[in-house]
Design a protein around this ligand. Sequence first.
Ligand code: BTN
Length: 256
Amino acid sequence: MGRVKTAGGKLIGSNIISMGTVDSTNTVAMGLGEGDAPHGTVVVADRQTQGRGRLGRSWVSPEGNIHMSILLRPPLAPSDVSLLTMTAAVGCARALRKITGLRVEIKWPNDLMLSGRKRGGILTETKSRGKMTLFAVVGIGINLNSGAGDFPSELWATATSLRVETGKEIPKNDLIAGILEEIGLWYGRLTRGEKEIILSEWRHLSSTLGRRVKVTSGTDSLEGVAEALDGAGRLIVRLSSGARKVISAGDVTMVR
Ligand code: BTN
């Protein structure tokens, strides 16, 4: 791939490693985290053979899409790492909106959505010791230029790509640079303790809050109204009985 130009002097993205085919950029970045790679190192790959998604799923990673992982050494307790993923989702959604002009939204927890279909996702993996996060890897996958032929049909039914939605090729490196810049900005807020600003921007970009949803977690599922996001990024769902459930992991679908 060509060179990604990022705004000068920013820590996130000042060291970008571009690769052809890898198993998973998250695996590569986790390996770099074990060594002495600096905070903010980014691994970008054209293709992944074993891309990983949330909840143990695989992530289809054909050429043309964005597959990248950011290595961070954040001053956060492991219990606050979900905020890192929300920060990245805010950065991605804002950059996508800015660069494409499309109304990209976030579906809880961190799916990047366009016209009700998933166009990207984020997987954060960490290494911690006791109450210390040694490092975190924020992996971002965005369906940029892929078409129906690149995906198994059952996945394409709920997925989409920017090219399919806009009819235009989206310049990948501009988008990567824009995403890194936004994430750098919002990560700065996170480390300055401005958590409420991040959560409030997440709420503003959310397609989930206020909607009737079905939440599936393993074999369990429940239906209700997605009422709020709490300070730890958990979803509060009000059931028809009036009871409230606090959801920390699962898949959300809109009921209507
Ligand atoms: C999700 O399931 O929504 C999260 C998908 C995350 C995919 C990205 S692609 C780059 C990075 N490397 C991986 O193996 N996964 C993440």
